[in-house]
Ligand binder design. Structure first.
Ligand SMILES: [Fe+2]
Length: 409
């Protein structure tokens, strides 16, 4: 995240004495990536960010989820809306797929999470529906339907679903949210950093004119978030599993920060689709890149407009990738008749050529003849460069007939 921001109070120069009103020094903390050779931010704490009192290993329902190879090889589909509801946005994650690079989970959260820090890599939480307040050492973000929330590794944060009727965040101890406060989300956990694709950026990190989004579309915390309290537990995800560290003082004690590393939100509706007269390939939908995977956004857009265009995808085989698609809105015409709907997930693995369902091509041409000029489809796609293994949630809500749906007349 190369875009410089300054929030709250900071001293005029780095690493100089910066004093609290009571005369004591603020505690400076540098959060930096790649051995401090990449993006970083400087945060100013009221208290030492190093003061921990206790560390305990805790059970890790997410990290310990069993992943099985997709063998015998076949395309898959499942319906996330058939999965159990409830839990929080951290420990309530239900693992769909994963490999050594990335883990993909669905969650339908109805309560606030504990404080949490993922030290393995960045996370992107795509909010399919509902509203939440994201609170962190950098400040808070109000997020809702269609938001990608990008959380740098190491950021201490928590998720508070916002109740539908009261509009108030549920505290970490508040239990279930009243009304329709469920937050459905797809969680993408990387082993490394998730960033805007390099080709969208100038040599120095500014979004270029051909990029489908830019700095103005990104929402970041705009003011400090300070909370009082002592003996505060924080769940920390490390490579060996989940630990609970108890901090002497509340980690939300930052009075100011500046730099290029911070959490931010980007809404899928701010993605400006790139279109051609004939069908454009998936890279035009790319939104983020991570280590050995990409994230793409399929958004409402004009249908391909060459007079003889076939306005839906051709059969394709991305030989180096597994392709997971999460269908989040609109009408996905290429999958008509396959049982796919909003909330479905498909997995089209390397080794299998996929394409429109039977009759979908003809129906799309017919639709254009009848005056249809745009598609309402919305989907989030993750292409991984190493095979995805099947998690318990995908196995639990799988449609066993999907693989054979192209052979049905
Ligand atoms: Fe595809």
């Amino acid at each position: 995240m190369p875009y410089y921001r300054a929030v709250g109070e900071i001293p005029r120069k780095r690493h100089v004495q910066f004093r609290r009103p009571d005369g004591g020094l603020y505690a400076e903390e540098l959060m930096g990536e790649e051995g401090f050779s990449s993006d970083s931010s400087l945060l100013y704490h009221r208290h030492a960010p190093t003061a921990i009192m206790k560390s305990e290993g805790v059970q890790d329902p997410v990290g310990e989820a069993e992943l099985r190879p997709n063998h015998p090889l076949q395309p898959r589909a499942c319906r996330t809306h058939d999965l159990p509801l409830g839990g929080d946005l951290v420990l309530g994650r239900q693992v769909l797929y994963g490999n050594d690079d990335v883990r993909l989970s669905f969650v339908a959260a109805d309560r606030g999470s504990d404080l949490y820090r993922n030290s393995v890599g960045d996370e992107v939480v795509y909010v399919q529906s509902g509203s939440a307040r994201f609170e962190s050492t950098y400040g808070a973000l109000d997020v809702g339907e269609g938001d990608y929330v990008v959380i740098p590794a190491g950021t201490i944060h928590r998720w508070l679903p916002v109740g539908g009727e009261s509009g108030t965040p549920a505290g970490a101890d508040a239990g279930a949210v009243a009304g329709d406060g469920m937050v459905r989300a797809l969680v993408i956990e990387a082993r490394g950093h998730i960033r805007a694709p390099k080709r969208y950026l100038s040599q120095y990190g500014q979004f270029l004119e051909h990029a489908p989004y830019c700095e103005r579309d990104l929402r970041a915390p705009s003011e400090p978030l300070v909370r009082e309290g002592g003996e505060v537990p924080v769940l920390v995800r490390g490579r060996a599993g989940l630990s609970r560290l108890t901090y002497l003082r509340h980690p939300f004690d930052v009075v100011g920060w500046d730099g290029c590393l911070y959490p931010y939100a980007f809404n899928i509706r701010d993605f400006e689709p790139i279109v051609k007269r004939t069908h454009a390939p998936p890279p035009v939908h790319q939104t983020f890149e991570g280590p050995n995977f990409v994230i793409c956004s399929f958004c409402p857009r004009p249908l391909d407009f060459h007079e003889d265009a076939v306005p839906i995808p051709y059969n394709h085989h991305n030989v180096d990738s597994d392709e997971m698609m999460f269908y989040v809105g609109g009408d996905y015409s290429a999958r008509k008749g396959s049982g796919i709907g909003v909330g479905s997930v498909s997995l089209h693995p390397s080794g299998f050529t996929h394409g429109p369902q039977p009759g979908a091509v003809e129906a799309s041409i017919e639709g254009v003849r009848g005056g249809r000029t745009e598609t309402s489809e919305m989907a989030v796609m993750i292409d991984t460069f190493r095979p995805l293994l099947l998690g318990p949630a995908a196995r639990q809500c799988e449609d066993p007939e999907y693989a054979w749906s192209w052979a049905r007349a």
